[in-house]
Design a binder for this molecule. Structure first.
Ligand code: ZN
Length: 588
């Protein structure tokens, strides 16, 4: 059957030495005019998480360097596929795009990714749960400048009841792909934290009714198929099939695959839909490779720091009837300058992989659909200004002799250092820090502004406020939880474990003297605006605490920068944990 329909492709490239053809299997092609069939190709990216420029990896076996990830490679694939499929090509992104990593993305405030989407004519994206990491306004600024749609159907403005209220945002939309009318519904993760700002409250709704309603609306408008772009997914990787799932192939509903679990209830959800509610799901969020049929519906996912994927949907030319048995998924397609020639991937080399050389092979240049995959130079010119900017941030300005990283459960040097700096800078009695604020590992060596931004990626401002001793006790009690211990300076905190609970705390002054808290005395506390403005960490505190003597100053990052500029070297003998004076004490 396959042989009849698809033209067998002879590898044209391998005549050039060392370029391997990674799509050395039969894959669909646009039919010619006389064919009774009509196929379209749907390109998917998901979970780019700000990783816009490639990362350098090293093959530890021989020290060979290779580049992995980056939108310049995605751009190259889009170019190849557009040349091949022309008007029958369309591209969707499944979210978690603008936040999560990538220094270049961070300093461009998402503009570098926006340039990528606009340049390559993305059709639509849905929201990932991280899209709201930095409040709504930066996201809306990006949305306004987007030449594509934001499809989110399970979101509501709490005050007005509107479900389409952000720039370029719609619940669903019909896209014309060649002859085919494609209905597309977007879904954000239902557990995306509700957004609660001064002027607006956004809530995220359950999936099922939303999708069915939207699907019915699209059907009334005469679409030929319906695609769900959903920022949630399934795990379909058990131990035996693990490596096979990660091998690039063309798969259909009869392909051997790993069983899927009902992660995030996607399996139950899809099983509960009336027939033909959805014809294809492009999923995301779980960062797993998926190309599986669940209740006869194809579901594709990868994670586009490493991979992209293509879905092919086939129609009868007369009436554009969808042939659901003949959907194909080509996945996971690697993003890199070279690939390991056996595994057809360029993932970071792990020892697990190294144990079995049959899974890896050697690094080679490669072609896909008979075109060499390399950085798309025209697109690279568009983002050159951001690359230049990244370079400026790479000049070292201080050095650390000690390993520094945050730890949610343990007292550690970095958190002690930062809370001490914040307390002294603001001349406060106490400072308090949420450890999930610190995002990098600093190995001993020279450090640059880039390192500093990676350690403190959030633009949090340091503020001070007044609390009496009784309020401090209540605050510490309210923020104690199993997930993380809040680092303090000027305070020793006593806990009990299993379950984690707050017992008491004492003041420790500059001379190291420990004193009971005076319930009626007022103390000055330093913390990020992010905490005291009532985010998840302080959600219980702001129920009873009204800010007194509240003042905000500089960004935490700027304060740390001033300190490091002066200090120049963080010396081993100056910064260490003193076991005699711990800041957290566990009583059991
Ligand atoms: Zn996500």
């Amino acid at each position: 059957m396959l042989l009849k329909i698809y033209i067998l492709i002879f590898p044209l490239i391998p005549s050039i030495l060392n370029i391997i053809n990674i799509s050395n299997y039969e894959y669909p092609h646009p039919e010619n005019e006389n064919s009774n069939y009509y196929t379209i190709s749907i390109f998917q990216t998901n979970d780019i998480h700000g990783f816009t420029l490639p990362v350098e990896n090293i093959d530890p076996r021989n020290g060979e360097k290779y580049l992995r990830g980056g939108v310049e490679y995605i751009s190259s694939y889009i170019k190849i596929l557009k040349e091949e499929w022309k008007e029958r090509f369309i591209w969707f992104d499944v979210g978690d795009s603008f936040y999560g990593g990538g220094f270049e993305n961070f300093i461009s405030k998402g503009q570098i990714l926006l340039d990528f989407y606009n340049y390559n004519n993305l059709s639509a994206i849905t929201f990932g749960n991280h899209e709201f990491n930095e409040d709504v306004s930066p996201l809306e600024r990006l949305m306004e400048k987007s030449n594509f749609d934001y499809l989110v159907s399970n979101m509501r403005n709490f005050s007005t009841g509107q479900t389409e209220f952000m720039p370029n945002q719609k619940r669903s939309k019909i896209y014309q792909v060649g002859k085919i009318k494609l209905g597309v519904i977007g879904i954000a993760h239902s557990k995306t934290e509700n957004v609660d700002t001064r002027n607006r409250k956004i809530e995220f709704l359950p999936y099922r009714e939303n999708i069915i309603n939207e699907s019915n609306l699209l059907k009334k408008k005469g679409v030929h198929v319906i695609i769900l772009i959903a920022h949630f997914g399934v795990h379909c990787m058990n131990k035996e099939g693990y490596e096979d799932v990660r091998i690039l192939k063309l798969r259909d509903k009869n392909s051997k695959n790993c069983p899927c679990d009902n992660y995030e209830e996607l399996e139950d959800l899809i099983g509960s839909f009336p027939k033909r509610t959805i014809d294809l799901v492009l999923s995301g969020h779980v960062h797993k490779v998926t190309h599986h049929w669940i209740h006869n519906i194809p579901i594709m996912s990868s994670f586009s720091e490493y991979y992209v994927g293509i879905a092919y949907m086939k129609f009868k030319k007369i009436k554009n009837d969808f042939i659901y048995e003949e959907t194909f998924l080509e996945n996971p397609i690697p993003l890199c300058d070279k690939i390991f020639n056996i595994g057809k991937h360029c993932r970071k080399f792990t020892h697990k992989m190294g144990d079995n050389p049959d899974l890896i092979g050697n690094l080679e240049q490669f072609s896909f659909h008979n075109q060499v995959v390399k950085i798309d130079n025209n697109f690279s010119k568009i983002i050159q200004k951001w690359k230049d900017m990244v370079e400026q941030y790479k000049t070292p300005f201080f050095e650390n002799e000690i390993f520094l990283t945050g730890d949610k459960k343990k007292e550690n040097i970095l958190q002690n250092l930062i809370t001490d700096i914040y307390r002294k800078y603001t001349n406060s009695d106490i400072s308090i820090l949420n450890p999930d604020n610190l995002r990098a590992k600093w190995y001993p060596g020279k450090k640059s502004l880039k390192d500093l931004y990676e350690m403190l990626p959030f633009d949090n401002i340091l503020c001070t406020f007044e609390m009496n001793g009784r309020e401090i006790m209540r605050m510490m009690n309210d923020i104690t939880n199993e997930l993380m211990i809040y680092q303090t300076s000027g305070l020793i905190v006593y806990y009990r474990k299993n379950p984690m609970r707050f017992v008491t705390c004492k003041i420790i002054n500059e001379k190291g003297e420990i004193k009971d808290i005076d319930y009626n005395k007022n103390y000055q506390i330093a913390a990020y605006d992010y905490l005291i403005d009532g985010n998840v960490h302080f959600k219980n505190v702001i129920k009873w605490y009204k800010k007194r003597k509240y003042k905000c100053g500089k960004r935490g990052r700027e304060i740390l920068k001033e300190f490091l500029l002066n200090k120049k070297i963080l010396k081993k003998d100056e910064y260490y944990l003193n076991p005699k004076n711990p800041r957290f004490i566990f009583l059991n």
